[in-house]
Design a protein around this ligand. Structure first.
Ligand SMILES: *[C@@H]1O[C@H](CO)[C@@H](O)[C@H](O)[C@H]1NC(C)=O
Length: 221
């Protein structure tokens, strides 16, 4: 991920430094990564896309400044929602906290609806497990729980992946801004370097994730 963003910055730099012009309408997209120092401001970046005729842009997270700068630009956007934001939405699902989470989701959903773009979501049950081992069990995170673990109204969850994905659907529906398509763009499990990160656990996760891809979540059966 960090490498991808670095690559994106490199591409941007290349465009700034040279006088390459992208020919052909809407044929190419450029990732807008924001890791780094001395980055040009959002407005300048969008101007650069326009001046180079770049009709598509990928954002790694819903950066409000960038979304503002993009409004009315006619640039097609692919917007990503990182795992930390998925957790943020999930934890805001309780009614008491929901009004606090709306300031976050409403502008995003409104923007996507206006531009007919899907939301790209990164879902890493590992990080929820890692940050919350008291409440989230390893089998629930690895798709190996034999029974229902979480009952949410009429919906039943055996794995954390579905619960995280559904929290995003619920968040989008509750925003009152209409609904948008959701695409899971990234998932995975680390194989070394931290608690629960073993090759065996990573293999289990990936194998079960691939099996699971054929199914739908309780909210979108
Ligand atoms: C998976 O991770 C847990 C810790 O969360 C560890 O105790 C266990 O040994 C790991 N399992 C395998 C098969 O590597």
């Amino acid at each position: 991920m960090a490498t991808t963003q670095m690559a994106a910055i490199m591409i941007l730099r290349l465009l700034v430094d040279s006088s390459i012009d992208i020919a052909g309408p809407q044929s190419i997209g450029v990732c807008y990564g924001m890791l780094g120092n001395n980055l040009p401001n959002h407005w300048e970046v969008i101007q650069l896309y326009k001046s180079r005729n770049i009709g598509r842009l990928r954002l790694y997270d819903p950066n409000h400044g960038a979304l503002q700068a993009l409004r009315g630009s006619n640039i097609e956007v692919m917007l990503g929602l990182p795992n930390s934001d998925v957790e943020h939405i999930a934890s805001g699902m309780e009614h008491a906290k929901w009004n606090g989470a709306r300031w976050f989701t409403d502008p995003i959903v409104g923007f996507l609806r206006d531009t007919y773009a899907p939301l790209l979501v990164n879902i890493y049950p590992y990080f929820s497990y890692f940050g919350n081992t008291g409440q989230i069990s390893l089998p629930y995170a690895l798709f190996t729980a034999p029974n229902i673990v979480v009952q949410d109204g009429s919906r039943q969850y055996r794995n954390s992946f579905d619960a995280m994905l559904d929290s995003v659907y619920t968040g989008m529906d509750r925003s009152g801004e209409g609904s948008v398509g959701i695409v899971v763009s990234e998932s995975g499990w680390p194989s070394a370097g931290a608690f629960g990160a073993t090759t065996d656990n990573a293999t289990t996760y990936l194998r079960n994730l691939i099996q699971h891809e054929k199914k739908c979540s309780p909210r979108k059966p």
